[in-house]
Design a protein around this ligand. Sequence first.
Ligand SMILES: *[C@@H]1O[C@H](CO)[C@@H](O)[C@H](O)[C@H]1NC(C)=O
Ligand SMILES: *[C@@H]1O[C@H](CO)[C@@H](O)[C@H](O)[C@H]1NC(C)=O
Ligand SMILES: *[C@@H]1O[C@H](CO)[C@@H](O)[C@H](O)[C@H]1NC(C)=O
Length: 427
Amino acid sequence: MVGGLNWTILGVHFKVLLKRVMSLGLGNGKNVVFQSFNKMVILGSILFSVIAIYSSYLYMFPAIQPVFRNDEVKNSSLVGNGMIGDSRERGNFLSSECNVFNGKWVSDESYPLYNASECPFAERGFNCLANGRKDNRYLRWRWKPKNCNLPRFDVNVVLEKLRGKRIVFVGDSLSRTQWESMICTLMTGIEDKRSVYEVNGNKITKQIRYLRVRFSSFDFTVEFYRSVFLVQLGSVPKHSPKRVTSTLKLDRLDDINNEWIDSDILVFNSGHWWTPSKLFNMGCYFQVAGKMKLGLSIKDAFKKALATWGSWVEKKIDANRTQIFFRTFEATHWSGSRQTCKVTNQPWSKPRGKDWSPFSDIIMDTVRRLSVPVKLLHVTPMGAFRSDGHVGTYSDTPSVPDCSHWCLPGVPDTWNEILFAFILSQN
Ligand SMILES: *[C@@H]1O[C@H](CO)[C@@H](O)[C@H](O)[C@H]1NC(C)=O
Ligand SMILES: *[C@@H]1O[C@H](CO)[C@@H](O)[C@H](O)[C@H]1NC(C)=O
Ligand SMILES: *[C@@H]1O[C@H](CO)[C@@H](O)[C@H](O)[C@H]1NC(C)=O
């Protein structure tokens, strides 16, 4: 607070001085030499006072210095575990100056990375162009981190890196979107499209629990497990109030968790289902150690569920084998109390508060406390700008506008570009 105030005062002071200099310049020109000299003296003294004030400011508030270097990384322990920029790793993208999640979207005609109509794994609901969307600027944005660049996506390099591996996504429909995006992006490097297939011949649906797509020529699979809460759904204990029709066991990870363990790359998400409308209004309440916790808030329940996830990771995952990622809350662009959805043609120029989510904070806090390395895909800030990227009414159910899910190609492709960059940086 003190810092901000100080700068504001300094700014006003500077403006006043500058105005004086300018008004001097607008004189009648009789004494040009004197005026120039006068200007130089004034400019010099402004410069001197700025430097002096800045120096004394830094002297008085040394702890605030890092804010100027990188306003995203507020706690250096975030840098080492979770946030990228781990100093043990090398390269520009991974250097400590680079917080890949702090940046902006820049126009780039080389995007999109694929054509969803030519990808059998892009579900119709996310293929906005096929559903009648006419504007197409939303396809041509590249994420530019503030102090570095994302490595340019090279499909052949990534395919080779993934040879023989098992990639597993666990989470809700936003995870399914990233899974679809990954498959479509990688398929651009595959000549024989039939060599990529769902092993059980299953079709993508909103409810499907498990999908496994195999890239046979590179011998790797990209899998999706639907687990919207990550923890187990349970039955209702006896003597529960009538309104309780199902429960979430916050201390038990989803019962298919064993299937996630033996993987090389594991990507989690959760958040969008932790709302009263998807829980309490549906009669679903929380349970811990077999006991109903009717008064527990959704945020505290989410915290508890993530703690359960965290101890599972520590106990069950061999971090030497498996690279673990957790994607933070994917920004939504609902507006107003009536939850209307307006998809724009251009990204917002400001995040307007969408760059923060309590779910993301809980995720980051949980990850930071773990004894095993988990990389955060902190996609909340970058998504905040992308009011233009949602499916809106260009889905398979146009009567229900949607400002949660994203068009494909689109924003989830960037999540994968960042994921690939991390994977490639690993030996
Ligand atoms: C950063 O966070 C950790 C873990 O919460 C805490 O122990 C540490 O004191 C924090 N460091 C700073 C500089 O705030
Ligand atoms: C995508 O592919 C479809 C089918 O091949 C084609 O009709 C369409 O023009 C392509 N779209 C773009 C933007 O290239
Ligand atoms: C992982 O690797 C480290 C360093 O090589 C080793 O000390 C550790 O025991 C390994 N952990 C497991 C679970 O294999």
